[in-house]
Structures are given as C-alpha cells and as structure tokens.
Design a protein around this ligand. Structure first.
Ligand SMILES: Cc1cc2nc3c(=O)[nH]c(=O)nc-3n(C[C@H](O)[C@H](O)[C@H](O)COP(=O)(O)O)c2cc1C
Length: 256
C-alpha cells in the first residue's frame, strides 16, 4: 500500500498526487492540511509519497510541521515539489527534517507547474499556462516511474540563501493575513472558508475573516468565484488560477 500526502492551495500538487496515485495503483491520498491538526502521528506503508508546493524556496509551514510530527514506518519515501519558476531549497528543507527519521531509501523530485503567486507575478498568459501544464504532466509521469522503480537520490542540504528567503517568508506570514481586502462583490458564499487547507478563514456575519492560521497558499485569492479577495497585485476582477482539472469540491475535500 502506498500513502500519498499532499498539500495544495490551487490544485497543482493535488493534480500531480492524483495522477501518481492513478499510475501506481493501490494508493490512499491524504490532505496534509487536515492531518496537521493531529500532533504526533505514525505512518505505516510500503511507500510514502509527499507532493507539495514550493513557498519562498522552502516548505509550506503545514508540511514542515506535519513531517516533523510523523513517526515513519516505511522502507521508502519519495517527495515531489511543484513550483512556478525555481523551487530553490524546498527539497533541501524537507531532506533536513527527514535525515532524523531513519528511512533507508529516499527520493526527491521536482515537478514544474503553473506559478500561482498572482500577488507578485500577476496571472499567467495563455501560452505560459499551456506550456507549464504540459511540463507538469511529463514530470508527473516521470515521478510515478521513479516511485515504481524505487529510485533513490540525495539533495544538497546546505542552501543558506534559500533558508534565509524561507525564514523571511515565515516571518511575513505572521502579518500577511492582516492585508487581505474584500471588495464589495463578496456575497459571503463561504467557498474560501471551505477551500482553505489550514482552516484559517472563518465566516463572521456572512463575511470571511482571515486569521493568523493563514499560510498564504493563495487558494482563496485565486479561486474566489467573484474575484472579491484582494492581495498585492490581485485586485477585484484579476483572473485567478486553479489547475484546470481540479474542481473546487476536490480541493475542499479532506480525504479520498
Ligand atoms: C506564497 C507562495 C510562494 C511561492 N514561492 C515559490 C518559489 O519560491 N518558487 C517557485 O518556483 N514557485 C513558488 N510559488 C509557486 C507555487 O509553488 C506553484 O505555483 C505550485 O505549483 C502551487 O501548487 P498548488 O496549486 O498545489 O498550491 C509560490 C507560491 C506561493 C503561493
């Protein structure tokens, strides 16, 4: 049995996780956003797979917190980072945590995908979108092959620049949640609350309130159907991004 753990704001990592599951068969899929609520957990499986996005050359906080809390009973673990331009030291950060976990065989892989940080880069152009989706498909097929062949590799864990960028980001997310703005188009549909992988959005008097649990995954900003959630370059009406083959319902689901 293979257990696949994913974290996903806009569906890229979920899409790759699902594709890997379909290709290798006999898999269970788990949303780290849900699992992270538990403290210490034990994962027993023939193979464990992680799929998650790169955040500021590092790991999403939910992922690092989760992995630190796990007792692994597995002979093989493969981890894949999805990214928009360069994942920097994301895999190095994970490798540093896994070093202490006594797993014999590890594999680390990269999956190029569509950049979802619209707040900084703006919406992707149609051509870029098409190219990155095709790269993601190829890299995900290769990822599944690597798992089936139980390939093993190592990453350089010394990445000081990435560690610094990642640290600044982790400081940033302590305040970013205060800077989301709602346009008057918000009708209180609550989709953002359901989507949030770390339950950081709560509905109060029919309006979403952003709390300090926010990890800045940008799911809400990208997926709000009325384009009413604003942050950085994302203003009312800026087109959002969601992986075209992942539905809102799937993103909001916790387990498969
Ligand atoms: C806060 C934030 C930081 C990001 N930082 C990076 C980065 O350092 N390098 C990169 O290539 N992509 C970066 N991205 C883009 C995502 O890693 C990429 O789009 C990923 O595939 C999104 O996966 P998801 O749809 O599963 O959430 C960042 C995205 C967000 C929201």
């Amino acid at each position: 049995m293979t257990k696949i753990y994913y974290f996903s704001g806009t569906g890229n990592s979920l899409w790759s996780a699902k594709k890997i599951a379909q290709t290798i068969g006999e898999c269970e899929l788990f949303n780290i956003g849900n699992e992270v609520q538990n403290s210490e957990i034990s994962i027993e499986a023939d193979t464990v797979v992680f799929v998650f996005p790169s955040y500021a050359y590092g790991l999403p906080l939910a992922v690092s917190r989760f992995v630190k809390n796990v007792i692994f009973k597995t002979p093989y673990l493969a981890a894949f980072v999805t990214y928009g331009s360069s994942p920097g030291g994301s895999l190095a950060a994970l490798s540093r945590i896994l070093k202490k976990k006594n797993i014999n065989s590890l594999f680390f892989g990269r999956i190029p995908a569509v950049e979802n940080y619209l707040a900084m880069f703006g919406p992707p152009k149609a051509k870029t979108l098409e190219r990155r989706l095709s790269l993601q498909k190829k890299a995900t097929e290769e990822a599944a092959r690597c798992i089936l062949e139980r390939r093993v590799n190592r990453v350089n864990t010394v990445r000081p620049f990435s560690a610094l960028v990642s640290l600044l980001f982790l400081l940033g997310i302590k305040i970013f949640y205060k800077h989301y703005r709602l346009s008057s188009e918000c009708n209180g549909c609550g989709i953002c609350e359901k989507l949030c992988p770390v339950s950081a959005i709560v509905m109060q008097s029919g309006r979403p309130v952003f709390t300090k649990k926010c990890e800045h995954c940008q799911g809400c900003v990208n997926i709000c159907p009325l384009r009413a959630i604003q942050f950085g370059r994302v203003k009312h009406g800026t087109p959002g991004y969601r992986h075209p083959e992942i539905s809102i319902d799937e993103l909001a689901r916790y387990e498969y």
